[in-house]
Ligand binder design. Sequence first.
Ligand code: ADP
Ligand code: MG
Length: 729
Amino acid sequence: MAAIRFTALSSAYNREANPYSSPKSPVSEYFGSNVFDKKKMKKYLSREAYEHIQEAIEKGTRIDRKIADQIASGMKAWAVEMGATHYTHWFQPLTEGTAEKHDAFLDYGDNGDMIEAFSGKLLAQQEPDASSFPSGGIRNTFEARGYTAWDPSSPAFIIGRTLSIPTIFVSYTGEALDNKTPLLKALHAVDKAAVDVCQYFDKDVTKVIATLGVEQEYFLIDEALYNARPDIVLTGRSLMGHASAKDQQLEDHYFGSIPERVTAFIEEFETEAYKLGIPIKTRHDEVAPNQFECAPIFEECNLAVDHNVLLMDMMRRIARHHKFSVLTHEKPFNHVNGSGKHCNWALATNTGVNLFSPGKNPKTNLQFLTFLVNTLKAVHKHADLLRASVASPGNAHRLGANEAPPAIISAFIGKQLTDMLNKIEKKVSNEKMTPDEKIELKLSVIKVPSILLDNTDRNRTSPFAFTGNKFEFRAVGSSANPAVPMIALNAAVAEQLSEFKKDVDKLIERDVKKDEAIFQVLRQYITDSKPIRFEGNNYGDAWKKEAQKRGLTNITNPVEALDAYLTPNSKKLFASLDVMSERENEARAHIRWDNYTKRVQIEARVMGDLVMNHIVPVAIRYQSELVENVKGLKELFNDKEYKELASARLELIRTISQHISYIKAKTNDMIEARKVANKIEDEREKAMAYATKIFCYLDDIRYHVDKLELIVDDEYWPLPKYRELLFIR
Ligand code: ADP
Ligand code: MG
């Protein structure tokens, strides 16, 4: 088997012969060439249609049927010129991927000839057969029908020969069956709430958008080796594999030079990404061997989410051209780092101001402070929901382990800002400040920008860190749809900003001056949200104790973490902002519990299959060889000599037997535990059984398999080992 392992390597990749290699022209010349963007809209649409669609993008206004027909016709003309033959509504159902169903433009024309046809009706709405997508019970009570509806704020694009139209996906009764619908609603809510607050500072602000820059980590492995690992193929991660003698301990991979074969892959998917208008900016080697990261320049949140899910899909496809497989699982390999998806988030105004960028004058500084403190307060109030938003079976391997942010949500803002908040807290707490003190207080706020410029102490262990002009939510798993944490975060901040406005207005009504009122409310918020701020090492045990004292939760079990969706606090948040109804919310928790169960169930099955028909048989085969060998020794040598010579072999035989017995017994126990769990009807209870009674067997069995890997003849070992999987040459 070892020989096959090595010859199967696909490293004979010839870069020159790559038919997909990048165009030679500068990226700016072909950036967005496959997108029906503003430039193409101008060219292919009437002025009226163009203006309508721009208004729809900016203000969310409806597009009427006549205009939709015009837009569809322009879009089709462009797509057909680009060689497209099909169109599809592209959406993000509550699975982890994206969905599409292609239809040809082809149709009968009026005189019976074949033509390319596409109408406003087909652009605006479709009814895919949706009965096989998860709905969390929403559809059971009504009808199985689901509708996709066009999202004009994310431009249509062409992949291959298909025009893809980003859409939302809702049930017949109007409930969201996807991630985009509640995201758009949360973004609308934060826009409205933030504009209201901005009005205190600048009357010209009429729109606030959330911005998102997604850093995507991933692993690459050779396709041939991937195919030889049924566990990775079926579960996305290796369920077994002893640590390689060398992996990341020399720290020689992080920011290292990228192997040529990998560069060829990266160049190709970046080229495709550029054509799709995805502004990828950064690429580098990550900490673990074979681990990489790419990050685009930030964009409007809804678009950035679409681009991230599109990118993940594209990377998987393009990897095949290079005989690679992309792993976006959060923990594909034990013993080395897992992968996250850092979500860099901020708010920007139509006047070109980043609300998290400290300004140059006292007014914009106060505005900066307002948004900073309100975000901290929102994170404090909805920490459990944010934790739940990143809960997944894969991410459970990261959160709480010593390499990724812990399961305790806290926020880092750096020493200077902490000092500043402390100062404000102290100063304003004395309601009867002298005028001098008030001036001093304001001056301390005015000092923000110069301080922040050299605020370089970045805390890599914090799950939610302020990094100069944005917050970085680091607890998100690499495979996640970033819409899910973005729904929670934007909704939480929207709610908080509305509260803030109410609190400030109350004081203003009592004749407190505006700036003074804002200070007073912020002061109170700084105190209220203090427990969420933590500047120290998030990985340490000391923080766990400290967090508990502060009343912060530390839920490492993802099944339990999901309960946060159903607390009165979260339900009120989503319902009051019209982001999700109680039913939609419940449906999501149920889908994710069900997903947890299924994933662990698949892992347990694969583990059972692999140990019983891959590992145990080869261990026995090798053991039999040893037994034969020992028998031979007995024949050849006298008793004394035999005892001396055979003892090491006998020890090996015993050790192998023990591991085999243990594996067999634990596998049987695991199967029994599954039978019990499978009878449970309630989704949460069932997932809980999988989390607490079955999941543990995977590591338990693995331990013995990994020990066997160290002693069984390498010629027999049926699976590529870590030392082979993890090093692309
Ligand atoms: P690091 O690894 O140091 O955190 P990267 O350069 O890898 O930094 O990623 C930073 C990400 O943050 C990029 O995607 C960048 O575009 C994004 N970003 C920068 N400013 C903002 C902002 N105002 N809003 C949202 N994202 C931002
Ligand atoms: Mg980063």
